[in-house]
Design a protein around this ligand. Structure first.
Ligand SMILES: *[C@@H]1O[C@H](CO)[C@@H](O)[C@H](O)[C@H]1NC(C)=O
Length: 138
């Protein structure tokens, strides 16, 4: 009985992780600098509802692709458009330049770099393709 309960708990955990992975996009902070962070917002959704998060170094935040607060289209392939401001090496976000970055709603967006001139956004799409671009100010 204990063994069955344990198996059930493991099954539920695996299922939960799988559901999170398969039903969400995630945005990852892989910037240089332990104190490098950014603020990200889904730009094409009303500001009152949209996905908006501060993401610290080495962290990620996820949002369900079929949730209208996360993505304007309820498909994994649907485009998501982010506005991102960077606090590189602990810099303040106040007055910071806003950058555009794009991915897809079933994908994962990884931000890396160590200067506002070379921040790279890599979007790993749901179907195992990836785009990598140095992002530009809006
Ligand atoms: C990014 O830009 C900074 C400042 O110009 C430079 O020191 C650094 O080497 C660059 N990094 C890459 C990966 O190009």
């Amino acid at each position: 009985m204990i063994c069955f309960t344990k198996s059930l708990l493991i099954a539920i955990t695996v299922l939960t992780v799988w559901l999170q992975l398969s039903q969400a996009y995630c945005v990852y902070n892989h910037l240089d600098g332990a104190d490098s962070y950014f603020y990200v917002k889904e730009h094409d959704i009303h500001a009152r509802f949209s996905f908006k998060k501060q993401i610290n170094n080495g962290q990620k935040e996820c949002c369900a692709w079929d949730n209208g607060d996360c993505s304007p289209y309820s498909t994994r392939e649907g485009p998501v458009h982010f506005h991102i401001t960077f606090g590189l090496f602990g810099a303040s976000l106040e007055g910071a330049t806003t950058f555009d970055a794009y991915c897809s709603a079933g994908g994962g967006l990884v931000l890396s770099g160590n200067s506002l001139t070379n921040i790279t956004a890599t979007c790993n799409h749901y179907h195992n393709t990836a785009d990598s671009t140095i992002i530009s100010p809006i």
